[in-house]
Every structure is written in C-alpha cells, then in structure tokens.
Write a protein that binds this ligand. Structure first.
Ligand SMILES: Nc1nc2c(ncn2[C@@H]2O[C@H](COP(=O)(O)OP(=O)(O)OP(=O)(O)O)[C@@H](O)[C@H]2O)c(=O)[nH]1
Ligand SMILES: *[C@@H]1O[C@H](CO)[C@@H](O)[C@H](O)[C@H]1NC(C)=O
Ligand SMILES: *[C@@H]1O[C@H](CO)[C@@H](O)[C@H](O)[C@H]1NC(C)=O
Ligand SMILES: [Mg+2]
Length: 391
C-alpha cells in the first residue's frame, strides 16, 4: 500500500526523533537514566523479568551489600557488614512502617546505608513502595512470600485447629482467634531466612511497623556482632503467655532427647528454666527486635528443630510464637556467650521499651526516652534471669 505524502513526512520526522533519542541514550548516561523504560517501570511496578517472589522497586542503587553506596558516613569505619534491615508488613501497615523507617534512619542508617528488604504475603501496592522509597537513599527490595511458606498447610486438621482457637478465645488471649497471626509466627520461625531476597545476606535486623529507636548509635551493631562472634541479640526479655504454648516445652524436650548432640555446652538454659530444664519459665527474647545471623537459622540444627516443631501442628493447634521458638533455640543450641544484650539501643515497641538506665550511655546516645519507663527490671521482665546466668 502506498503512503500518501503527509504520512510519509510524519513517519520520517518520527524516525529522526527516535534516532536522536537512541543517540542521546547511548552517549548521555543521565539522559538515559532518566528516561529508560526499565527504570521508569521498575520503580512502581512488579519487576519485569524478575523472579516470581521479587516485587522489584527503586533500583536507585545496585543491590550489592558490600559495595560502598551510598557512602558510609558519620562515625563509622566505612565498611558495611553483609547485612540487611528487614520488615514484614501488610500494605495497610504503611503509616507505621514509615514511622519505623524514619526512626531507624535518623538514629542509625542514614550514616550507614544498609539495604532494606520488605516482605509480604500479598503484592505490594504502589502506594506502600512510594511512601517507603521517599524515606531513604539506601537500596530497597520488596518481596512476596511463597504461598506455602505463609498459609496453613493442608495437613493441619482444621477442626482441631478451630477447636484450639475457640478454647484460647475463651481464655481471652490476644490473637487467640487469628489464623493470620499464626501464619506470621510460623513464617518468622521457619521461613523468612530462606527467602530469595535474603539469601545474599548473613545478618538481619528485624524491624516492625510502629516501633521507635530512641538513641543515636555511635557504632555499627552488625560489625559488633561479627567482631565479637555473636549470633543473636535482643533488647527486651519478658514472659510468654503460657496458654499460647501448652505443649511447646515438652516438644522441645522430645527433640533434645532424640538429638542430644544439638545442645551446646555452656548454653543459656539457666535463662529459661528454674529447675535445670524440667520446666520452662516462659522467659524469651522479644523478637519484634532481633539482630541475628541467619546462618544459624539456616544451619542443620535449627532446620531440624523447626521441622520437628512444625510437624506437631503446634503453630496452629496452639499459638506458638516465633519469639519463644527463636529464644529457646538460641538458648539451647548456642553457647550463652554468643547471645548479646544491646544496652545502647533504645527501642520501643508499644507497650514496652528499653531505655539505657546508665546516664553515660543515655547521654552519649542522645536518647529521647524516659529512663524511668525502661522495661529492664519491671514486673514482666526476664532481665534478671538473663543476668543471673553470667554470675
Ligand atoms: N504481611 C503480613 N504481615 C503481618 C501479618 N500479620 C502480622 N504481620 C507483621 O508481622 C509482624 C508482627 O505482627 P504484629 O501485628 O506487630 O504482632 P505483635 O508485635 O505480636 O503484636 P502488636 O504489634 O502488639 O499488635 C509485624 O511486622 C507485622 O507487620 C499479615 O497478616 N501479613
Ligand atoms: C553474605 O552472606 C551470604 C550468606 O552467608 C553469602 O551467601 C554471601 O556470599 C555473603 N556475601 C558476601 C559478599 O560475603
Ligand atoms: C566513634 O567511634 C569510636 C570507635 O568506634 C568511639 O570510641 C567513639 O566514641 C565514637 N564517637 C562518637 C561521637 O560517638
Ligand atoms: Mg508488633
């Protein structure tokens, strides 16, 4: 078909424009960065060609935990650990997530630029990504959780699970009737560290929506963990509600009877029991804050432990929390010297907070918290059980 004259001129003009665009793209990096389709689309949409569980966003910087971008500033050595800041959240948690990221950036990460990973069992909304991405220059990745790592497995007896939830509701226990809370606890116990977005990291710092960091850190806690040969760190230790874990301790004892070699010499059992391990005193580390080495969770002992717990169905028939599960594992399978209490990190997850009670630590950290509100030796605290194992 022959084209009429005007159409031919329009096509010619279009061709010239396109040629100019490609020439500019090839020779002017900033121009190319600003207009590249891949960049424009990857900022707010699911990553084209990315993996199924990677909901890519904001490749403002290449994701390489060891590269020094953005520059490490402040009072730091210029080296970053192989680490990430990790948040599990729902799209509806956006305002709380913004609050938490603002806080950690202010008190720590703006000088360090550690990358973030966000995980969710649903695809992230553009709104969530946009609100978070505005807060930091550090790399951010948004991931989706594989279905079977989140939802209640088919082999769980639903009528027994329903019965368990009903019984717990009658006792007025928080999240007693919630299946999604149980999904979350099981995921945090046995799966998060296997997510493909976390595979490239060794260390993580768990951050939840609606938490606050009250003191400025004058050191890098990841590098501290590495240098001091630590594996797991906490800021708050307290009691679990025993009705949520009626058979957990017996299951743990079955495990250690079957695999006695997994129990570490010089472990932190004394933190968890008043009678040499016969009974659990409900003490655990509050896992909404954690800085830890994922290679511990990934290792043979913990994986075997999680599988052993999981196949009893206790995450659904009862309401086993990731906090007691992580805490029991760390306290039994590690020497106590590998667990660390970060006194310098002022941290609040309502209704509890840790605020350094030593004036010099508090002043040095320019802490904004009220020392008299610290949880440390309050009535629900397990700090005394922690202290006693070192005397
Ligand atoms: N994606 C997703 N994240 C969840 C879900 N339930 C909880 N979370 C996240 O899991 C973590 C723990 O949940 P929270 O609701 O904070 O539970 P909690 O800390 O025990 O209780 P409160 O904070 O006192 O309500 C948080 O990071 C939540 O954002 C869920 O159904 N989906
Ligand atoms: C970071 O740690 C992970 C997990 O141990 C490891 O696979 C990866 O190679 C490490 N990266 C670097 C740069 O050391
Ligand atoms: C900077 O770091 C050094 C060593 O890590 C520490 O001794 C010093 O107190 C820090 N300075 C400030 C102002 O926090
Ligand atoms: Mg919470």
């Amino acid at each position: 078909m022959a084209l009429n004259k005007p159409t031919r001129y329009i096509l010619l003009a279009l061709g010239l424009l396109l040629t100019l665009h490609f020439l500019l793209s090839a020779t002017h990096a900033p121009y190319s960065d600003a207009t590249s389709i891949s960049r424009l689309s990857s900022v707010w949409s699911n990553g084209a060609g990315g993996s199924k569980y990677t909901d890519h966003a904001v490749p403002a910087f290449p994701i390489d935990s060891t590269a020094n971008f953005p520059p490490v500033g402040g009072n730091s050595t210029g080296r970053r650990a192989n680490a990430t800041l990790l948040m599990l959240a729902r799209n509806s948690d956006v305002q709380g997530a913004v609050q938490s990221i603002r806080s950690i950036e202010d008190r720590f990460n703006r000088d360090y630029g550690y990358p973030y990973v966000f995980l969710n069992e649903e695809p992230w909304t553009d709104e969530f990504k946009k609100r978070i991405s505005a807060l930091t220059r550090a790399p951010i990745e948004f991931g989706v959780i594989p279905h079977d790592w989140w939802f209640q497995p088919d082999w769980i007896d639903e009528s027994r699970a329903t019965e368990g939830r009903k019984k717990m509701e009658e006792q007025g226990i928080i999240y007693a009737g919630s299946v999604s809370y149980r999904n979350m606890c099981r995921f945090n116990s046995g799966f998060f560290f296997r997510h493909e977005l976390l595979a490239k990291y060794r260390w993580y710092w768990r951050i939840e929506p609606d938490v606050s960091f009250h003191c400025t850190l004058s050191f890098d806690p990841f590098l501290y963990m590495e240098a001091q040969d630590k594996v797991y760190a906490f800021t708050i230790a307290l009691y679990e509600w025993s009705a949520t874990i009626p058979t957990l301790w017996d299951t743990v004892k079955d495990f250690t009877k079957k695999y006695p070699e997994t129990v570490a010499p010089d472990n932190a059992m004394g933190f968890m029991s008043e009678n040499g391990g016969q009974d659990y005193n409900m003490c655990h580390f509050w896992s909404n804050f954690e800085i830890a080495d994922m290679n511990f969770w990934r290792g043979e002992t913990y994986m075997k432990f999680f599988e052993f717990l999981d196949k009893t169905g206790g995450f659904y028939y009862e309401r086993w929390g990731d906090a007691p599960v992580h805490s029991i594992a760390a306290s039994l399978f590690l020497p106590k010297s590998k667990i660390h209490f970060f006194n310098e990190i002022g941290y609040e997850h309502p209704p509890n907070q840790h605020c350094p009670s030593d004036d010099d630590v508090w002043r040095k950290g320019m802490c904004g918290c009220d020392q008299s509100k610290t949880h440390d030796y309050g009535p629900y605290s397990c700090q005394r059980q922690w202290d006693r194992i070192f005397h």
